[in-house]
Design a protein around this ligand. Structure first.
Ligand code: FMN
Length: 510
């Protein structure tokens, strides 16, 4: 059933007046990993490819969420990450799957759909729209199966995508209550110019335990000229590799898309037959560690594979695991975890040691930010005084607005960098820190040093500050001495101001 290679040269879409010729995914005669929320993340997709899947769909990702994401090349993992403002990786992909991964989105709006397609099109092989999800979170927003009752919107979304993206466009639908309506809908869908249609042979309100309608899929396949991808066969029809071809023949479809049977054991795609689950789970875990998959997602997928063995000793260990390391230990992969973590840390260190130019960052700093390579080492400072306190105190004396800290975390290594703004000038350390607090202290040091102000270091020429701090802990921050103007560099000769208890503290979090 399988055909060598998945790419064929096809005439691409017309964009900006230019006809582009692009490599296009072929949907004939293919074994496909279905889109599955939480299950279809990178480790599962790579594993399915290893076992023989030709095309792998990612989990459905919502357009609005994707549009908040930034594309980041992750040099440590050799991946491309789409990262949300809260630094969560929403979609991670890599070279290995680039020519075979289909990006499935949840959308109810043509313009948003196109914006998402443009965001990801250089990193994926195809774009799919989910029109089959019956869950309320999807249908409530007019997405998923809700689209099936709005053919005008379907047409708008698909034709906008076909015209606007360089990648082949597909959609995944469920069947309608009547065959007649289903056929008229798919004909309309075909006319938008999409490359293929995946049909889950159940109606919107039917659950997985209802029988899948091979007849409806067959009728669609016989009606359309584009490839039809049959879906819905897990459990009743597909339990092993050879069943996939039987399901294809029963539905007269071009290709077959498998969800649950692959979630239970992704080696369903292997011609030679299913591999033992223990071996499959170990391979899955290796990918999960290699690509820093979040342990909660790894755990979820492993639980789907273990199914009725969740009460086994291994199932209990998995259930108790609270980190990737503990998952690895539950599966006898503790040494692998150590090795892989060391390797990733070494790659990270090597990457960070490169100059900004070597890292592909602009060499010349045109940001106007004053930068220094400094770190805050707590041991070098008096226990009660920090650079942030010194800076705040100085600003008060100078009657300047309070310093404003803007801190970001880098997804690559989860380190923090803070920029502090004082009197409309920004200051930043070029060294990234393990915590937000440390990064803020480092930014404060840059500001203080560049202005020649004391920063509270032990042995600094400012003994009176430390002494006064201990002598007058209850001093009123708004008291007269706090209003005295400071001479730069002489701050620590002035009395130190400590906050009274119960007051909303600008020093909070120090
Ligand atoms: C855990 C899980 C998550 C799913 N998530 C999606 C999804 O994100 N997008 C989608 O179109 N269908 C989703 N589905 C539906 C499947 O893609 C598929 O249509 C359905 O399970 C029937 O195929 P099967 O019989 O091979 O399981 C999901 C199914 C499961 C079991």
């Amino acid at each position: 059933m399988l055909q060598e290679g998945v790419l064929s040269h096809q005439r691409g879409s017309s964009r900006g007046g230019m006809i582009e010729h692009s490599l296009s995914l072929c949907y004939h005669n293919k074994l496909i990993l279905a889109p599955m929320v939480r299950v279809g993340t990178l480790p599962m997709r790579l594993l399915a490819l290893d076992y023989g899947a030709d095309i792998v769909y990612c989990e459905e990702l919502i357009d609005l969420k994707m549009l908040q994401c930034k594309r980041v090349v992750n040099e440590v993992l050799s991946t491309v990450d789409f990262v949300a403002p809260d630094d969560r990786v929403v979609f991670r992909t890599c070279k290995r799957e680039q020519s075979r991964v289909v990006f499935q989105m949840g959308t109810s709006d043509a313009e948003r759909a196109l914006a998402v397609a443009r965001l990801v099109e250089n990193d994926v092989a195809g774009i799919d729209v989910n029109m089959g999800c019956p869950k309320e979170y999807s249908t409530k927003g007019g997405m998923g199966a809700a689209l099936l009752s709005d053919p005008d919107k379907i047409e708008k979304i698909l034709s906008t995508l076909v015209k606007g993206t360089r990648r082949p466009v597909t959609c995944k639908i469920r069947i309608l209550p009547s065959l007649e309506d289903t056929l008229s809908l798919v004909k309309r869908i075909e006319r938008t110019g999409i490359a293929a249609v995946a049909v889950h042979g159940r109606k919107r309100e039917e659950r997985p335990q209802h029988p899948v309608s091979c007849e409806a899929i067959r009728a669609i396949a016989e009606t359309l000229s584009i490839p039809v991808i049959a879906n819905g066969g897990s459990h009743d029809h597909i339990q092993e590799y050879l069943d996939i071809e039987d399901f294809r023949q029963a539905t007269a479809a071009s290709s077959v898309m498998v969800a649950r049977a692959a979630m239970w054991n992704p080696s369903i795609f292997l011609k030679e037959g299913l591999r033992p689950l223990e071996e499959v789970m170990q391979k899955y875990i290796r990918y999960a560690v290699q690509y820093e998959n979040h342990y909660t997602n790894t755990k979820y997928c492993l639980c789907q594979m273990l199914r009725e063995q969740l009460e086994s000793p291994q199932g209990r260990l998995l259930h108790a695991a609270q980190s990737s390391q503990e998952i690895c230990e539950a599966f006898g992969l503790g040494a692998f975890y150590e090795e892989m973590t060391q390797e990733l840390n070494a790659r990270r260190a090597e990457f960070l040691a490169r100059t900004p130019e070597q890292r592909g960052e602009p060499a010349e700093d045109t940001s106007g930010i004053i930068k220094m390579a400094v770190k805050f080492d707590r041991r070098a400072y008096s226990p009660q005084i920090t650079p942030k306190m010194c800076l705040l105190e100085w600003c008060r004396r100078e009657k300047l607005a309070q310093p404003v800290y803007d801190t970001v975390q880098r997804p690559l290594d989860r380190l923090f960098c803070s920029v502090v703004t004082v009197a409309e000038q920004k200051y930043q350390s070029t060294l990234w820190d393990k915590s937000k607090k440390l990064a803020e202290q480092a930014a404060a040091i840059v500001c203080l040093r560049s202005r020649g102000l004391p920063e509270g270091r032990l042995g600094e020429e400012s003994p009176s500050l430390h002494k006064r701090k201990r002598e007058a802990p209850d001093q009123d921050p708004g008291g007269p001495r706090a209003q005295e103007s400071a001479v730069p560099g002489k701050l620590c000769k002035k009395p130190f101001v400590a906050l009274g208890s119960g007051e909303e503290s600008p020093l909070e979090g120090w």
